[in-house]
Design a protein around this ligand. Structure first.
Ligand SMILES: [Zn+2]
Length: 382
């Protein structure tokens, strides 16, 4: 199976190349806004119809290379797929690049990216470390996004890697949360307290800087945000790696479908605002990637009621969950760590008895859906 991964590399352009790239990014942005206006005014959102309306004009007016004009039209058409009730603005400083607009050049002393601009091509070197070099070796990326941030250009390259065909039958449920960052039905647990503590530290720093409100405080605030995200990312990478290391051949990872959160009980909803929803989504995506890398299948299931359903008798009630950490069934008295119960219920929703550590039933799939409510919990492969 092929697995796509995004590799981000910083570019090291000369001053002249930098100018050309900046002008191109600006022209692309202007072109997107122009196309957006035409599309909105004429109510034409279909990419082909829109192409006929704007292609010639886009090239002439903004001096874009042919394929960049197409990429701009695509970006606009894609954005209007989401909503058409208002005129969309494009403010991001970035370029969508296809195989005609960029390619990587291997040189003895490093890797260069050849990129089309409004004035000829530029060929700035990439700043690649050992890790990136390994991922890029032999890869022929056909898609990339050039971004401009804090005065620097970055190339986000999509590379495909060959990984073993996913194969397995033993579901391992994964519950992500605040108390425990990750609890899995195979017994793996990564607690969240130290993370909460470190975040509290960041929060205090932030509020003291906000109170100052000076220009330099604002700058430091911005840097702080970046630092916090990088720190969080590192933690999420480490935890996901440790978890995937705990898996055995034949396991299937069962994640909860985070998109379904809106329908969840309140307790879960409030825990997932802001930073947490970002971190949970990240953590899941790292787990997904690292598992697939090793041929371990990953599915996600509707997690409705998994935090309040008894794994022994199937009784579902919010009062089963006595606290953030304690689950005690009102019907049969079964008691355990609440996050672990959720992870076990997730594993079961994959349609098989899971680890069977609590109940050793044979295949209970039929019974399961009766007990666990709606059959919407059925797994869908990703
Ligand atoms: Zn029970």
């Amino acid at each position: 199976m092929e697995l796509a991964k995004t590799v981000v590399c910083k570019l090291k352009p000369t001053d002249e190349e930098r100018e050309k790239l900046l002008r191109t990014v600006q022209a692309f942005k202007d072109a997107c806004n122009h196309i957006s206006k035409v599309a909105f005014d004429k109510r034409v959102f279909n990419p082909v119809a829109l192409h006929h309306l704007v292609y010639r004009e886009t090239r002439a007016k903004f001096g874009l290379p042919a394929n960049l004009a197409i990429r701009a039209r695509d970006r606009v058409a894609k954005a209007y797929k989401q909503r058409r009730d208002k005129l969309l603005r494009f403010d991001r400083s970035s370029l969508d690049l296809d195989a005609r607009l960029f390619r990587l050049i291997d040189k003895p002393d490093g890797v260069c990216a050849s990129i089309s601009t409004v004035q000829k091509r530029v060929k700035p070197p990439l700043a690649v470390g050992e890790h990136q070099r390994k991922l890029l070796r032999g890869a022929k990326p056909t898609h990339a996004v050039l971004t401009y941030k804090n005065g620097c250009f970055y190339l986000h390259l999509t590379v495909e890697r060959k990984v073993p065909e996913p194969n397995g039958s033993n579901p391992v449920g994964v519950d992500v949360g605040m108390n425990n960052l990750l609890v899995a039905s195979n017994g793996f647990r990564a607690e969240g307290k130290s993370i909460a503590k470190r975040r509290e530290h960041f929060r205090r720093l932030r509020s003291s800087l906000q109170a100052k409100g000076t220009k330099s405080a604002k700058r430091r605030l911005k840097r702080l945000g970046g630092r916090e995200k990088r720190w969080a990312n590192t933690v999420l990478h480490q935890v996901s790696k440790r978890f995937v290391d705990s898996l055995k051949p034949g396991d299937i990872v069962v994640l909860e479908d985070l998109n379904g959160i809106r329908n969840r009980v309140k307790l879960r909803k409030s825990r997932r605002a802001g930073f947490h929803s970002w971190a949970f989504a990240r953590l899941q995506s790292y787990i997904r990637y690292k598992a697939l890398e090793r041929g371990i299948p990953v599915i996600s299931v509707d997690a409705r009621n998994t935090s309040i359903t008894c794994p022994r008798c199937g009784h579902a009630h919010r009062n089963n969950r006595r606290s953030q950490s304690l689950f005690r069934c009102m019907n049969c008295g079964f008691q355990h760590n609440a996050d672990w119960v959720a992870s076990l219920n997730l594993a079961r929703r994959a349609g098989s008895p899971g680890t069977g550590r609590v109940v050793n039933r044979p295949d209970v799939r039929g019974v399961l859906f009766n007990h666990f409510g709606s059959p919407r919990g059925q797994a869908h492969a990703l």
